[in-house]
Design a protein around this ligand. Structure first.
Ligand code: DAK
Length: 258
């Protein structure tokens, strides 16, 4: 599994873990690294043994943005020809739960990477932000859209215009992150959370993720239709039968994802 240059990969039971690994540049994301992350995500997506995926940095930092050295020579035409954002679009196709476990900095593209995950668990000294404006540019991998949906236009403009660092406490109050922990236990807490999710029915999790994501994209009536279809679909699974039988028999269900 470790033919990668910029990430480390491991599995812990039903949880797949991708660890960002360019410590000398604070895990700055270059193109190869993003390709490695997305390629491995797709491998976890295809692996039936894996039910949840965690993306984490090292003890010091999550990712301090896109690699500025790599980016500084780009031109509109080089972007157009290389189409570097198409790899980011593939995050949207991942149907398994994705959790970002954030230590230190999650800036720029690093923040966008965390925002592409379904849940974020952060150390209390983690720092989030979009410093692109300080470089004379702007977020390009989803930042303006994902942050605005989470916190609304005014707050998003304030943060993206100023380019300052936001502490974990404020990020939690704004609804950007789910949980805060002491720095030394953030990975442990993330795994505990991931393992709980991994015991749920993967079919139910998948149908829920699709329906909740639609709530941001489509009119209410259409969203309700999707919810209803997914609700019906869940009743075609053995997991539904197992879940309800286990309740009646007063035991814990064992979901197989079938
Ligand atoms: N890129 C390259 N190197 C970086 C880096 C980055 N984003 N961030 C840090 N480093 C490097 C530093 O240059 C330094 O390297 P050496 O000098 O030791 O060789 C090393 O990491 C340690 O950094 P510092 O010495 O600066 O460490 P400090 O603790 O003093 O400061 C810091 C930490 C995070 C506050 C600071 O490093 C910093 O401000 N970093 C830059 C933050 C930033 O502006 N990030 C980029 C935002 S733009 C795209 C997809 C996404 C994006 C763009 C395109 N496509 C698909 C095309 C996203 C864009 C962005 O993220």
């Amino acid at each position: 599994m470790s033919e990668y240059e910029h990430i480390l990969v491991r599995t812990e039971g039903k949880v797949g873990v991708i660890e960002l690994n360019r410590p000398k540049s604070l895990n700055a994301l270059n193109r190869k690294m993003i390709e490695e992350i997305v390629g491995q995500l797709e491998m976890f997506e295809a692996n039936r043994q894996i039910r949840v995926v965690v993306i984490q940095g090292n003890e010091k930092t999550f990712a301090a943005g896109a690699d500025i050295q790599e980016m500084m020579g780009e031109t509109p035409l080089s972007f157009e020809m290389a189409d570097p954002f198409s790899v980011w679009d593939r995050f949207m196709s991942i149907k398994k739960p994705l959790i970002a476990s954030v230590t230190g900095y999650a800036l720029g593209g690093g923040f966008e990477l965390a925002l592409h995950c379904d849940l974020i668990i952060a150390a209390e000294d983690a720092k989030f932000g979009f410093p692109e404006v300080n470089l004379g540019v702007m977020p390009g991998a989803g930042g303006t859209q994902l942050l605005t949906r989470l916190i609304g236009k005014r707050k998003a403009l304030e943060w993206i215009w100023l380019g300052e660092h936001m502490g974990a406490k404020e990020a939690k109050e704004l609804g950007i992150i789910n949980r805060i922990t002491a720095p030394e236990i953030v990975f442990e807490e993330t795994m505990r959370f991931a393992e709980k999710l991994a015991e749920q029915s993967p079919i139910a999790l998948r149908l829920i993720k699709e329906a909740v994501n639609k709530a941001e994209d489509v009119p209410l009536r259409e969203g309700l239709t999707i919810e209803r279809k997914n609700f019906y679909l869940a009743f075609d699974s053995k997991d539904q039968k197992e879940g309800m039988r286990a309740f009646v028999e007063k035991r814990r269900p064992s979901f197989k994802g079938e």
